[in-house]
Design a protein around this ligand. Structure first.
Ligand code: ATP
Length: 233
């Protein structure tokens, strides 16, 4: 579904990604792990055309993304749940959700399906988004992304700053989406959490791919986990 081939991505003169390749299949969950500054967010920004790779190629459903604008990439069916959530603070929850609505070639989601998943949102529709808790904002960010009918969802640190119960709910949603055929890339500092939902894993280190393989292989090998992830465990 998504294929990244040998990308180099820069911020000005500073190179953040070196020859990074990875792929995500239909309905597959890929955990993208690594320490602070390893380049995880930059991979997502590269896919979305927010920080374009200088070299290499990214394609989605066989179509190259290199000449597409970010809104065209979104319309192709790639959704984003950013780490800072990017909720419009002075708009109501209902309006924030409505901002995400669009059609793609993938399964459309109705508002009632979103509120079936996040029942708390039903009672928050009229609330100004800036008054929400971190967990409620995360629900809005994921709900908004679903209303955009994604085939592939990019989650950037979905557990960051959330209470353990909410983190569990978010991971349940990732599993449920997988059941609906939605592929995902889950960027996480919390490696155990990401491994609990992932089919495959890519570990980044200093902007390069340090390891790629099945989540079950990494989960079953504590020594490899310690070597690759150290402090991220
Ligand atoms: P974190 O978990 O801390 O967000 P990360 O793995 O997502 O880490 P990135 O945010 O992708 O890492 O950063 C990769 C490298 O690019 C780091 O060295 C970082 O300092 C640098 N970088 C990130 N954003 C910018 C920017 N806007 N301008 C310059 N350098 C940046």
């Amino acid at each position: 579904m998504l294929e990244i081939r040998a990308i180099d991505t820069f911020y000005g003169e500073t190179q953040a990604l070196f020859d990074v390749s990875l792929s995500v299949g239909e309905g597959e969950v890929l955990a993208l792990l690594g320490a602070n500054g390893a380049g995880k967010t930059t991979v997502l920004r590269s896919i979305l055309g927010l920080t374009r790779p200088k070299r290499g190629e990214i394609s989605f459903q066989g179509q190259p993304l290199s000449r597409k604008q970010t809104h065209e990439i979104a319309r192709a069916g790639i959704g984003w749940v950013p780490d800072d959530r990017r909720i419009c603070p002075t708009l109501s929850v209902a309006k924030n959700l409505a901002l995400g609505i669009k059609r793609t070639r993938y399964r459309p989601w109705s508002l009632s399906e979103v509120t079936d998943i996040f029942s708390a949102l039903k009672y928050l529709m009229a609330r100004e988004a800036e008054t929400l808790s971190g967990g409620e904002m995360q629900m809005v960010a994921i709900g908004r992304a679903l209303l955009g009918s994604p085939g592939l969802l990019l989650f950037d640190e979905p557990s960051q700053g959330l209470a353990p119960k909410i983190v569990d709910d978010v991971m349940t949603v990732v599993r449920r989406l997988k059941g609906e055929g939605i592929a995902a890339i889950v960027v996480e500092q919390n490696a155990e959490l990401a491994l609990s939902v992932a089919d495959r894993v890519v570990v980044l280190s200093h902007g390069t791919v340090a390891w790629a393989g099945d989540a079950s292989v990494l989960s079953a090998d504590p020594a490899l986990k310690r070597t690759l992830l150290g402090g991220a465990l």
